[in-house]
Write a protein that binds this ligand. Sequence first.
Ligand code: GCW
Length: 686
Amino acid sequence: VAEDGLNAWLRYAPVPNADALRAQIPTTLVVLNTTEGSPVNTAGKELSQGLKGIVGLRLAPCGKSRPRQALTVGTVAQFLDANPTVRFDLPELINDGFYISVSGGNVRILGQNERGALYGAFHYLSLVSQGNASDLVVTSNPEAPVRWVNQWDNMQDGGTHGSVERGYGGPSIFFWQGRIRPDLTRAGQYARLLASIGINAVVVNNVNANATLLSPENMDGLARIANAFRPYGVQLGLSLNFASPELYGGLHTSDPFDKSVIAFWQNVTDNLYSRIPDMAGYLVKANSEGQPGPLTYNRTLADGANMFARTLQKYGGICMFRAFVYDYRTLNQTLSWKADRANAAVEYFDKLDGKFEPNVVIQIKYGPIDFQVREPVSPLFSHLQNTGSAIELQITQEYLGQQAHLVYLAPMWKELLDFDLRVESKPSKLSDIVSGKRFNQTLSGYAGVVNVGMNSTWLGSHLAMSNLYAYGKMAWTSSTTPEGVLGEWTKLTFGHDAQVIDVIKRLSMASWPAYEDYSGNLGVQTLTDILNAHYGPNPGSQDGNPWGQWTRADAFSIGMDRTDKNGTGFAGQYPPEVAAMYEEVETTPENLILWFHHLPYTHVLKSGKTIIQHFYDAHYRGSAVAQTFPEIWKTLKGKIDQERFDHVLFRLVYQAGHAIVWRDSICNFYFNKSGIPDELGRVGNY
Ligand code: GCW
């Protein structure tokens, strides 16, 4: 089971209609590139292994003469080379895209490039796993070229292991004792999972980066990680510490305009590319949360990003530059009603649009603060029209229950991606901005903070893996539906039993709304402990903290006034139509009302309830929903293996209990603040 956990949705378990399916699949496999380590060769191995597991078919490699019916995998170019006489309508494929045709006993899986061929093989196996192998034609292209994941892996954690910041699945699969692990088996297994959902790069180290990563020994180690990734078409990316010239290079400055600094970085890049010719590029967190950056030298963020980007250009590498820039030392809520961390990204980046090198992509967290249970879409997406952007999502559930709570995130992502920013009063869905379509950008896309670890479930929880699966699928096709992709994942992970699929759907689809209900509703932020753990209820920490994550709760009222007229002005950072909507209490969607407005607890919502009553009711409702989770799960006893059954049950029981802790601490806290008892007599001094 532990091993199956590692295989996640790639278990290749036998399907119920295996015999019928097997009869439809050719028995000869033609692999158009058999070079060991090439993605096409990997595709061939996956097909052999997969079809053996799923339908019990042993594919025979093709001999000298080609049979008339075969399963063929390779790139379009390789196929045309090998079959000069075959008449063939070329599919319209872009980079990484693939084409599958199943007809007349022939299966052709062709990629625009090698990686695309591998994606096609995984897609085909997924179709067979879901019980479908008959006549079909699929042409699939990714919406965006950047489909990366980020790992916040530290090289060392005082002890021996590399820890993972905000990681809940054990120590790093890459680092150990300040070095790269000698055994990188897990790195390869991770790349395999990622390739199967279309992810093309992994930034392996934490954005709070350690400069010692740049030692020759560690560069050699990074090359070994890249080698483990390469058969899966996954490229390696690196986070850099901006101050490395001083911290590691012995220079007296890290000023991006200093010649020796520029030479230092060019040398680093050259050394990396001599070892890893296909490196994806860099990720940089600068001038944020105490990290060094160009502003320290009175240079702009663009000056900083461009310095890295230029070193990468001759290699085709990308510099992902994070928009998560804020200086918490300047935030002091007692000084000003207008202070607002949410304003920072647009303030820093707006004037820089168009000043970035073409291989810079601005990586923007979905909301203006920090992975809260509900945030409005970051307005920065509407400001960068001449610069590529990528949305940063979090698969690891930092504020969202840290994998100890089931929270299926795809519904939240879908809402964000579907949001229309109405730039220049034209349709401007977030998904069309990050696909590059809306502003004609060639480099743009998705970055997901995943933070898997050595745990045999990867994320620490079996059910949490649906978030990773959905992330990849949505980054490929943003119109992917949360329910559809969940059903697919469940079939691949837990089998075809209709009841299993139904139960996991019920639990998962109910989970984000429930978590929002018991952790922080009406857009007030996740009312968690903001000071350190970001786990469990701590509404008291939501004000007076130095992180600028505030609710401004007092005895009478609550919420950040982010209006233009009275507040922090954040609402005014949106294009006019959206700004107008958020500016007024009446037109602000109620699930964000306290994000944008400071209102009395007695303010009456559209439901007729006061804000405080809504708080009480929502917290009771959400925790009641969580109470049903273990009971619903128990109906699956005997339907899935005992180990996974118990593992999930343990977490759901815990979640049910913790939801009550959440409910009671939040309700009591706001009762104590406001003195207003619950109309239903559940909260108050009775
Ligand atoms: O929300 C904060 C997290 C930090 C993280 C930071 C970031 C890696 O709590 O752990 O640092 O965001 O995204 O840079």
